[in-house]
Design a protein around this ligand. Structure first.
Ligand SMILES: [Fe+2]
Ligand SMILES: [Fe+2]
Length: 164
């Protein structure tokens, strides 16, 4: 379908993000299983729960725009980021080193999401789609907080533990 308006682009982008979130939902339990530091494990569990809520928000946003709450798209970027993560998880590594690498992989996921949600929030606001903007804004804040928590965890303990 040719995209004629910014609203069409918004729907296209939301379908892409929905695919990304679905892929993340499948990947997070594996990352949780591979993590050793209890705070990191708990962080992945929390974010898995949040991601399920984020998926339902995307469904609500698509519905508000008159579209079915589903996607037929595959987010190729997330597929690639997760493929790298799977490569990391299949590597033999000291537990502290693995935790540091898992955080690095998770932050790539978060930054992709922050970029995507930032864009769709801006577009929804411009289009006067306040409900959509509100829904996506909540998720954007969660992604930013997750990213910050990962940075704090890495910088306060995990990276130092992995040094030697
Ligand atoms: Fe997410
Ligand atoms: Fe996220």
């Amino acid at each position: 379908m040719a995209l004629k308006t910014l609203k069409d682009a918004l729907v296209e982008e939301l379908e892409d993000i929905l695919s990304a979130e679905q892929q993340i939902t499948a990947a997070l339990p594996l990352m949780m299983a591979k993590a050793t530091h209890p705070e990191l494990k708990a962080g992945f569990q929390l974010h898995l729960d949040q991601t399920k809520t984020q998926i339902s928000r995307l469904g609500q946003a698509l519905s508000a725009l008159g579209h079915p709450p589903e996607t037929s798209t595959t987010c190729e970027a997330m597929k690639g980021i997760i493929k790298e993560g799977q490569h990391i998880m299949s590597t033999q590594a000291d537990p502290d080193v693995m935790d540091a690498m898992l955080i690095a992989a998770a932050q790539k996921v978060e930054h992709y999401e922050i970029a995507s949600y930032g864009t769709v929030c801006t577009w929804a606001a411009l289009l006067g789609q306040n409900e959509v903007k509100e829904l996506l804004g909540q998720t954007l804040q969660e992604e930013k907080m997750t990213d910050e928590k990962l940075s704090t965890l890495a910088e306060s303990v995990i990276n130092a533990d992995a040094v030697a």
